[in-house]
Design a protein around this ligand. Structure first.
Ligand code: F6P
Length: 490
């Protein structure tokens, strides 16, 4: 395979230890197996960032190349525009958007700095794969610098209706720059359909097929690539971890109560306040369940520089305190809210110990926690997944109890049903969900995308040749070799 260059804002540098998060979980197996270059932000904020050199770290055949951000870049690019404008809009939560033109300019300038720093690293035959909403204009910025390599882009989060996206003043310009990629991938067909409408109405694209656009004489391929986990490996981890001290202590502390478990970054899109309200309704409507259940919500604090995240933290602490003081007893705490993350292995063990996995984002690109909860279950006595119908994962995991996350009564009803569900129904539902995820893997996801990128780059070069008589921009492409999930490194 041609060398792979992955570009993402967050880079899970080896010296920082294992890092959770959908993007890292999806990409790490591929890069560790194939090698290549992973380029992005070092995680450091540094006054001299603009003048500081690229940091290079070698791990086997994988090179990490990272740059620092200046305090102004971190605030304007990452906190204010990426996470204060794009994140809420793309999750269809426009009321959380805080737009300032200066932040949009910093976002663009920081993307340009990414492009400049990357330029010196790109070789003629590289496949370039850009990730997520932090880097929407990067394909256009790279093309403007003469990069002719195949460029793919994958959006890990949802793509909203065009009318919502249009609320961000620079939306059309961002789309135009993004459309310089050869392939743009999404989590679901709904996201892809929304993108087609936005590209047509805001960026002058023309539909040339269900997943093909023409823009200024070029073809842009679109595709749906649902992010996956390695379910058999996660299952094995969960079985081991369930017997390890952390999960054992948790079960002992439950003293026979059924565990409801939520695991999410503390983020406004995750529907945590609504989820707590759903649990409150459960305890109100079904007093018999009091003292017989416990809800553990692991919610590591995240993006503390963004105003809406600070507000959420206050709101969730208040709601949790009220719930516990109202319903708790001296020897029973209905809700355990934990603001720090837990190691992935421990979480797997907790998942296997939980009768209910409660995953109710208001909207989510995929939500790999939902897949992990399914993978963690013991087949002979599985728990029940209660899942938001607005998570991308609901497309594959439709045997979960699907709920509207905005409706606390619906959450309460689903919880009650899950807590009383007979083993046979639990097994039938779990089997259907396991079958939907068990033979997929992050490696297969990555290779699917890269094969599609090679095809797209070839088609795009041919169209360009045909339409404008230009030389094909794709250099020599070697076929992407597919490796079965079982050969993945650990
Ligand atoms: O795609 C969304 C995402 O990038 C996930 O990969 C990850 O869980 C999260 O956001 C990380 O956010 P941040 O880099 O802001 O901490």
């Amino acid at each position: 395979m041609n060398r792979l260059v992955v570009v993402s804002n967050r880079v899970p540098l080896p010296e920082k230890g294992a890092q959770a998060g959908g993007l890292a979980t999806a990409l790490e197996p591929l890069l560790r197996r194939e090698g290549g270059l992973w380029f992005g932000w070092s995680g450091a904020i540094n006054e001299e960032a603009r003048d500081s050199a690229l940091h290079l770290t070698q791990a086997g055949r994988l090179t990490y190349a990272t740059i620092d951000l200046s305090p102004a870049e971190h605030q304007g690019f990452y906190a204010n525009f990426a996470n204060g404008v794009l994140w809420p809009l793309l999750h269809s939560l426009p009321e959380l958007m805080r737009f300032d033109r200066a932040d949009a300019e910093t976002y663009l300038a920081t993307n340009a700095r990414f492009a400049d720093a990357l330029l010196g690293q790109v070789r003629r035959d590289d496949l370039i794969w850009v990730h997520d909403y932090h880097l929407l204009p990067l394909p256009g910025l790279l093309r403007a610098r003469g990069v002719r390599n195949p460029i793919g882009f994958f959006l890990h989060i949802p793509f909203p209706g065009a009318d919502l996206l249009a609320l961000a003043p620079p939306a059309a310009a961002l789309l135009e720059a993004l459309l310089e990629a050869d392939l743009i991938g999404f989590q679901t067909d709904g996201d892809l359909a929304n993108f087609v409408t936005a590209a047509e109405t805001m960026a002058g694209a023309r539909r040339r097929g269900p997943d093909r656009l023409e823009v200024a004489g070029r073809e842009v391929q679109l595709g749906v690539f649902p992010a996956e986990i390695d379910a058999p490996a996660f299952c094995a981890t969960a079985a081991r971890a369930a017997a390890a001290p952390n999960a054992t202590r948790l079960r002992q502390s439950l003293a026979g109560q059924s565990l409801i478990l939520g695991v999410d970054r503390l983020d406004p899109t995750k529907g945590l306040v609504q989820r707590l309200n759903g649990y409150r309704r459960l305890l109100e409507r079904h007093p018999g369940l009091r003292r017989r259940v416990a809800f553990l919500q692991i919610a590591p604090v995240s993006r503390e520089d963004v105003a809406s995240y600070k507000t959420l933290r206050i709101e969730i602490n208040r709601a949790a305190g009220q719930l516990n003081s109202e319903f708790g007893d001296p020897d029973w705490t209905p809700l355990r809210l934990i603001a720090k993350g837990a190691p992935r292995d421990s979480v797997a063990g907790y998942m296997r110990s939980a009768r209910v996995g409660l995953v109710t984002p208001l909207r989510d690109g995929m939500n790999l926690v939902a897949k992990e909860y399914v993978a963690a279950q013991a087949p002979e006595d599985p728990g029940v997944l209660v899942l938001s119908r607005f998570a991308g994962a609901a497309r594959q995991l439709d045997a979960a109890l699907l709920v509207n996350p905005n409706d606390p009564d619906a959450i309460a009803e689903a919880l009650n049903r899950a807590l009383h569900m007979e083993r046979r129904e639990r097994q039938t539902r779990w089997q259907a969900m396991w079958d939907a995820i068990a033979d997929r893997s992050p490696l297969e996801w990555g290779f699917d995308f890269l094969r599609a990128l090679q095809r797209a780059a070839t088609a795009s070069a041919a169209t360009r040749l045909e339409l404008v008589g230009a030389a094909p921009r794709s250099p020599q492409l070697r076929p992407v070799a597919f490796a079965a999930a079982s050969s993945a490194i650990n």
